[in-house]
Ligand binder design. Structure first.
Ligand code: PSU
Ligand code: MN
Length: 306
C-alpha cells in the first residue's frame, strides 16, 4: 500500500539525500497566533531553518491531503482561512475522508512526520495534563501519541496553562524520555523554569543525536522530548504570568470552555490580557526551539553519513 502522506519535492529530495529536515506543526499557526501576525510568523519559522541550512517541513491537511512541506499558497491557507480546523491524530483519517483542511497538533504532526521519515520536530509548548484533569479528564493526546512514536520533539516544556507536575508524571508512565537542554529544571513555557526538576540534562545537539540513535538501536519506540528553556531575560514577567493565568482559568470555567477549545482559549486570553506581550514571548519560544531543532537535525544527519 502506498502512503497517503504527500511530501513536497524539497522535503522528499532532502530526505533522500540525507540532509537535515525539521518538522513544524500548523495548529500553532492557525489556533496559537492571531491573524494576520500568524502568517508572518509561519514564514519566519521556516526562515530560521533555511538560514541554518535545514529544510523546513511544515505539516497540515490541505483539502483532505496530509502534506509534509507546504507551498507558500498552502501555508497562506492554513494561516488565513478561518474554517481551518484543529486536527489531532484521531482526526486525521476523518479529515482525509471528508476533504477537510486542517492544522495539525503536536500529536498529528509527530505522526505524519514519522510516516514521512522525519526524526526531529520543533514546536512552542507541548500539550499535557490540564489543571483539574482529575475531574475533567482533559489530557492532551500529545502525550499518548508521543509514547508510541520514535521522534524527537523540541519544546519549552508543556504550556504553563497546564498541570506541569501531573504532565511530568504522565510522561514518566508513558515511557517518554525527557532531556533538559543544558538544564535539569523543567522549563515552564512562558517562564524559563517551572520549578520542577527533571532527571537528565544534555549539553549538545550531538549528545541528543546519540540518545536518539541509542533509542532506535534498543527499539524503545517512544519519543525523546528535548526541553529547551527560554533565557531568563526573555521570559514573561512571572507575576504578570500568574495573575493572567488565574484570570484565564476562571474565565474558561465560567464560560464552560471544554475539549479542544481550551488551549486556544487560554492562549488567546494570555495575548489579550498581557497586551500582546505573551505573543512576543511565544514567538521567541518557538524560534528558539526551531533553531535548536535545526542543530539536532544537523547532528542527526551527520551521524548517518558514511
Ligand atoms: N504550543 C503553542 N501554541 C499552540 C499549541 C502548542 O505554543 O497552539 C497547540 C499544539 O498544536 C498542541 C496543542 O499540540 O496546542 C495542544 O492542544 P490540546 O491541549 O487540545 O491537546
Ligand atoms: Mn484537551
Amino acid at each position: 500500500m502506498t502512503s497517503p502522506v504527500v511530501l513536497s519535492p524539497e522535503v522528499a529530495e532532502a530526505l533522500a539525500a540525507g540532509r537535515p529536515v525539521v518538522a513544524l506543526e500548523s495548529t500553532i499557526i492557525s489556533h496559537g497566533f492571531p491573524r494576520p501576525r500568524n502568517l508572518e510568523v509561519a514564514f519566519r519559522f521556516e526562515q530560521v531553518l533555511r538560514e541554518a541550512g535545514v529544510v523546513p517541513a511544515t505539516i497540515a491537511v490541505v483539502d483532505g491531503v496530509p502534506r509534509v512541506g507546504l507551498t507558500e499558497e498552502q501555508l497562506r491557507r492554513v494561516a488565513e482561512d478561518t474554517a481551518v480546523v484543529k486536527v489531532s491524530s484521531r482526526d486525521l483519517a476523518v479529515a482525509m475522508a471528508q476533504g477537510v483542511t486542517g492544522a495539525t497538533t503536536v500529536a498529528a504532526t509527530a505522526l505524519l512526520a514519522h510516516r514521512a521519515g522525519i526524526k526531529v520536530f520543533s514546536t512552542g509548548g507541548l500539550g499535557g495534563v490540564h489543571r483539574g484533569a482529575s475531574e475533567t479528564f482533559d489530557e492532551s493526546a500529545d502525550l499518548t501519541t508521543l509514547s508510541r512514536l520514535p521522534v524527537t520533539v523540541v519544546s519549552a516544556g508543556a504550556k504553563s496553562i497546564l498541570d506541569i507536575p501531573a504532565t511530568l508524571e504522565r510522561l514518566e508512565s508513558l515511557g517518554v524520555t525527557v532531556l533538559g537542554y543544558r538544564t535539569r529544571r523543567y522549563p515552564g513555557f512562558y517562564l524559563s523554569d517551572s520549578g520542577l526538576e527533571i532527571d537528565w540534562s544534555v549539553d549538545s545537539p550531538e549528545e541528543v543525536a546519540e540518545v536518539m540513535a541509542n533509542q532506535d538501536a534498543l527499539g524503545v519506540g517512544s519519543a525523546v522530548l528535548v526541553a529547551n528553556p527560554l533565557p531568563q531575560d526573555k521570559q514573561l514577567d512571572p507575576d504578570l504570568h500568574d495573575r493572567v493565568l488565574a484570570e484565564g482559568l476562571a474565565r474558561a470555567e465560567e464560560l464552560g470552555v471544554s475539549g479542544k477549545a481550551v488551549t486556544p482559549f487560554l492562549l488567546d486570553h494570555f495575548q489579550r490580557a498581557t497586551g500582546g506581550r505573551s505573543l512576543e514571548v511565544n514567538i521567541d519560544i518557538a524560534c528558539n526551539n526551531i533553531a535548536l531543532g535545526g542543530q539536532i537535525a544537523t547532528a542527526w544527519a551527520a551521524r548517518r553519513r558514511p
